[in-house]
Design a protein around this ligand. Structure first.
Ligand SMILES: [Zn+2]
Length: 283
């Protein structure tokens, strides 16, 4: 995606400097925080990454100049992606006679706190509905590339757009409905509903990409391939196979690789919000 020189969102809470670029590694306190975050967030957001990224994984003691430069570039990129999501969702909401309220993107390094509890880089990026913030440790981009085999800048754009998709679900009241189900249905049924919620966030990421291209003509050929490759890489079945050697469908939290790719692609192809009812679909 062409992004250099384009508008960066101002809705960014950059906490990366708070630890002075230096973080303790290993278990101890961070391990405990990590477990709490896992409990509160239901196992990270992009998929059950906890078994792939060990606690303390993705944390650096001191960044080299080269790493710092790379991270600055990523920070600039995600700020442009966030600005693009603001423009697209603002337009799509206005078309429905509604007003889009923007989320804040929190950039952190190592660990941070949110209204949903503490989080470490090991839990992966997530959206907290209690404070409407999207949290991301940019070292996740390294994980995408090195651990999950999903390189490319647009893989990161897909991740940000997926989290913003959860924000849209919050505004639409969909996430609250799924939460309410928790008390009424079996764990298996609830689990299925939360998978549908995740797939819809993938669909919304695709819808965003569709309209971003339509409005700004900034996308490149390889972008969608990179996003689909990332969706494929973090499907539950793929992650389970990697971590435990076999697949346990009952424990899915985000959907299979095929489902995640299907819904992102459907959003990208149609750009049509009315086609994103993952809850009513057999896919
Ligand atoms: Zn998600």
């Amino acid at each position: 995606m062409q992004w250099l020189g384009r508008r960066e969102s101002g809705n960014v809470d950059d906490r990366r400097g708070m630890s002075g670029g230096q973080i303790a590694t290993g278990g101890g306190v961070i391990g405990v925080i990590f477990l709490i975050a896992q409990f509160l967030l239901g196992g990270g957001d992009m998929g059950d990454l906890s078994q792939i990224i060990p606690p303390g994984g993705g944390m650096q003691t001191e960044m080299t100049a080269e790493q710092k430069a790379k991270e600055e570039e990523r920070a600039g990129f995600v700020k442009v992606v966030l600005a693009d999501t603001e423009d697209v969702w603002d337009k799509l909401f206005r078309e429905q006679g509604r007003q889009y309220q923007t989320p804040t993107l929190v950039l952190f390094r190592g660990y941070t706190t949110s209204a949903c509890g503490s989080a470490s880089s090991a839990s992966g990026p997530f959206y907290c509905p209690a404070d409407n913030d999207v949290y991301i440790d940019l070292s996740f981009a390294e994980d995408l590339e090195n651990r999950f085999g999903a390189p490319g800048q647009f893989a990161l754009a897909y991740v940000v757009a997926h989290e913003v998709g959860h924000h849209v679900q919050f505004l639409e009241g969909t996430s609250a409905k799924v939460q309410q189900l928790r008390q009424r249905v079996s764990e298996g049924e609830y689990n299925k509903a939360s998978v549908m919620l995740e797939l819809q966030a993938d669909f919304y990421a695709g819808v965003w990409a569709h309209h971003n291209q339509k409005m700004k003509n900034v996308m490149q050929e390889k972008d969608i391939a990179e996003a689909l490759n990332a969706a494929n890489a973090i499907g539950d079945d793929r992650l389970q196979k990697q971590s435990q050697g076999h697949v346990t469908p009952d424990a899915f939290t985000h959907g299979t690789s095929a489902q995640r790719m299907y819904w992102f692609k459907k959003g990208w192809d149609t750009g049509d919000l009315s086609q994103g009812n993952t809850f009513a679909s057999a896919r």
